[in-house]
Design a protein around this ligand. Structure first.
Ligand SMILES: Nc1ncnc2c1ncn2[C@@H]1O[C@H](COP(=O)(O)OP(=O)(O)O)[C@@H](O)[C@H]1O
Ligand SMILES: [Mg+2]
Length: 454
């Protein structure tokens, strides 16, 4: 990552910027103050100059002395008045006209700042008349007429000094912020990132693991969370590898087993045709158990392969239910009557074969649990169809509910796999829907199937 895009560089710039902003905020009142002090100094000097002529015995002074005193103050004219006393005036013969007047009595904060900025932004010299109480004796009022340019020059000087100082402080502060951030935040973050990258590249490599060094801050929390996440992921990965190996083994066994079973089926079919009555009696159960074995094999295979890619189309619900009704009601073993609204217009957006499997499994379960009747109700909104399949079977025991949809975990049939509901739910979820247990009890069981509407 380039330095200029790093967090620390951005913070460096921000710090410099913020310190400068702070300095501007400080600068404004101080330049106002600077001008005030400058002008007050002028008034004090002026008063001093006038005091010196009062000591003259006859108070009559010649022009040469007057001009010298005015030069000393840097003013064109000085007036000093004390309440109830005579006025003292020093003035040059050729005075320029006044450009602006200011009164320093009762000065206020913001006007001072504004006047200072206006003074600094002048392009040429102004002759200004400044009146104010003497800084030494408040009952004395002093007025001076002076050039503004020298003051402006000093104000510039002062501003440059402040600017240089501000820049110095900014960079110093920024450097401190930068270093402490690097130390507190960026370096640990970089370590965490490196460790994460190393983990992604090779999860089993523990050499890049970070250890909790007992930090109590957010970094410490991140470190701890990261290492517990890593160990969780590692064990999940190991589990997955094991399961994948197991899955491959199972499907291989299944495959071979199915071949063997189909040979067995062929032979048992021939057995059934035997003329020996004993053999004839033994054949049907043998065929049934071979059928069950084949069934178990293909279900396990199906499950281990996951849901195949869906081939979505519009499937009218009544079509599916019609087929189910025909199949289940014709079943010679345990006929199951299927009731539904034949005028229902619901259309599903589904893979026809897959959704058939779901219904066949749900109704097959009901039938083998001992139900004689299944009632199907559907209601749909703009996007989804919610289908309730209610049977009148014996219900599902409470303790089985948590395991019901987990593969291989719950079955009450002696030849059951416990896969049917897991596969059905997988299929429903692959469609973007879901399958859940609605309610169950002695009066029957309701499964709720949600499928996207066409
Ligand atoms: N409608 C139902 N009524 C009563 N029990 C049910 C019903 N549906 C499922 N079950 C119970 O849930 C178990 C698991 O069903 P399923 O996952 O399809 O696997 P399998 O059909 O192979 O047993 C069944 O063995 C049965 O005990
Ligand atoms: Mg089943």
């Amino acid at each position: 990552m380039s330095f200029f895009k790093s967090l620390s560089f951005r913070l460096l710039i921000l710090t410099v910027f913020f310190v400068m902003v702070a300095e501007v905020l400080i600068y404004s009142p101080s330049i106002g103050r600077f001008r005030l002090v400058y002008l007050e100094q002028k008034l004090a000097n002026a008063q001093l100059a006038v005091l010196s002529i009062r000591t003259q015995p006859d108070a009559v002074i010649d022009n040469a002395l007057s001009d010298e005193l005015l030069d000393h103050v840097g003013a064109y004219r000085v007036v000093v008045a004390r309440k109830g006393e005579r006025m003292h005036i020093l003035a040059r013969a050729d005075r320029p006209k006044i450009d602006a007047e200011f009164n320093l009595a009762n000065h206020r904060f913001f006007p001072l700042i504004i006047e200072a900025f206006s003074a600094i932004s002048q392009t040429g010299n102004r002759v200004i008349k400044v009146t104010g109480p003497s800084p030494k004796a408040p009952d004395v009022e002093v007025t001076v007429e002076i050039d503004e340019a020298p003051m402006r020059a000093e104000m510039f000087d002062y501003s440059w000094r402040i600017l240089a100082l501000s820049l110095g402080i900014s960079f110093f502060t920024a450097a401190l912020v930068f270093l402490s951030l690097r130390w507190i935040l960026v370096t640990p973050m970089a370590r965490i990132t490196r460790s994460m990258v190393a983990f992604r590249e090779n999860p089993e490599d523990r050499s890049s693991d970070l250890f909790d060094d007992g930090r109590a801050d957010e970094i410490g929390v991140t470190l701890r969370e990261l290492s517990s996440m890593k160990s969780g992921l590692r064990s999940a990965l190991r589990e997955q590898t094991r399961l994948a190996a197991l899955g491959t083994a199972v499907s291989k066994i299944n495959h071979d087993l199915r071949n063997m079973l189909s040979t067995a089926t062929l032979i048992s079919d021939r057995l059934a045709m035997s003329s020996d009555p004993n053999v004839q009696k033994a054949a049907p159960p043998l065929i049934r158990s071979i059928d069950r074995a084949v069934n178990l094999c293909s279900q396990t295979l199906n499950f281990s392969q996951g849901t195949p890619p869906l081939d979505l189309e519009s499937v009218p619900l009544v079509e599916v239910l019609g087929d189910m009704k025909d199949g289940f009601e014709a079943s010679s073993l345990t006929p199951l009557s299927v009731t539904y609204d034949e005028n229902d217009t619901t259309v599903l957006c589904a893979d026809r074969d897959q959704i058939f499997r779901v219904f066949a499994n749900l109704m097959g379960n009901a039938s083998s649990a001992g139900a004689s009747e299944v009632t199907v109700r559907a209601r749909s909104d703009a996007h989804r169809v919610t289908i309730e399949l209610a049977d009148n079977g014996p219900g599902i025991p409470e303790e089985a509910h948590a395991r019901l949809f987990l593969p291989f975990r719950f079955t009450t049939k002696k030849d059951g796999s416990g896969l049917g509901l897991a596969i059905s739910r997988d299929i429903a979820q692959a469609h973007g829907g879901d399958l859940s247990l609605g309610r169950t009890g002695p009066e029957g069981t309701v499964f709720v199937l949600v499928v996207p509407a066409a």
